[in-house]
Design a protein around this ligand. Structure first.
Ligand SMILES: CC(C)(COP(=O)(O)OP(=O)(O)OC[C@H]1O[C@@H](n2cnc3c(N)ncnc32)[C@H](O)[C@@H]1OP(=O)(O)O)[C@@H](O)C(=O)NCCC(=O)NCCS
Length: 178
């Protein structure tokens, strides 16, 4: 699956400053390839206090190669998103239900606030829909107000909390119907 996106978007160095019109952003969304791993690890280390290991990325890729997408411009990976599909049986109706679980998303710090995260999230939601997932959920650190507002803008709703999910911090659960 290759999606080429050419979008006229808005960019800002400081998200609270006035937006400026920006040149075109040409990015390609494609599945992860093994040669992307070093670059992804570089971005991961700069994005999270407890980064995934290279093995975490490899394992998830093995489970579902199409659920791991990267945003690329001129051959350079600028961000990535990872999701899995969980099938569960309903307690009441015994109906099997498919749900998307967003596991990881990060954009290179120098390329944030340019719309890349939005493009990645929309691409993974399209994939989860295509696979007949009924909804998608994720956990986000309570203190990660940027990510919480990012997901809210995409229509995710805060539905609950997992106490000490990150050992030292609670997670907020956010969901979106598909
Ligand atoms: C969260 C993240 C992926 C967003 O990616 P991004 O490419 O910068 O996001 P976008 O440019 O598509 O922003 C879309 C919307 O999110 C919100 N947003 C993004 N960055 C923001 C910021 N710094 N401050 C406030 N709101 C912000 C805004 O509502 C924005 O819409 P707007 O541009 O119309 O104001 C990125 O900040 C990141 O990699 N963070 C570190 C890793 C992380 O926290 N991942 C999520 C873990 S659950």
């Amino acid at each position: 699956m290759i999606i080429t996106l050419s979008a006229l978007i808005l960019v800002r160095a400081n998200p609270h400053s006035k937006k400026q019109e920006n040149p075109k952003l040409d990015i390609q969304i494609r599945p992860f390839q093994l040669t992307d791993l070093d670059r992804i690890y570089y971005i991961e280390e700069r994005s999270f206090p407890h980064p995934w290991t290279a093995m975490d990325f490899m394992n998830i890729h093995e489970r579902d190669p199409n659920g791991f997408l990267v945003a690329v411009r001129n051959g350079e990976v600028l961000g990535y998103i990872v999701a899995e599909i969980i099938t569960s049986l309903g307690f009441r109706d015994f109906r099997s239900k498919r749900r998307g679980h967003l596991l990881n998303l990060a954009v290179h710090p120098e390329f944030r606030c340019k719309g890349i995260g939005t493009v990645l999230a929309k691409a993974i939601v399209a994939y989860l829909k295509e696979k007949r997932s009924e909804d998608v959920w994720l956990e986000v650190r309570r203190s990660n107000s940027i990510a919480r507002s990012f997901y809210s803008k995409l229509g995710f709703l805060e539905k609950g909390r997992k106490l000490r999910y990150y050992f030292n911090e609670d997670a907020i659960i956010m969901t979106k119907e598909l």
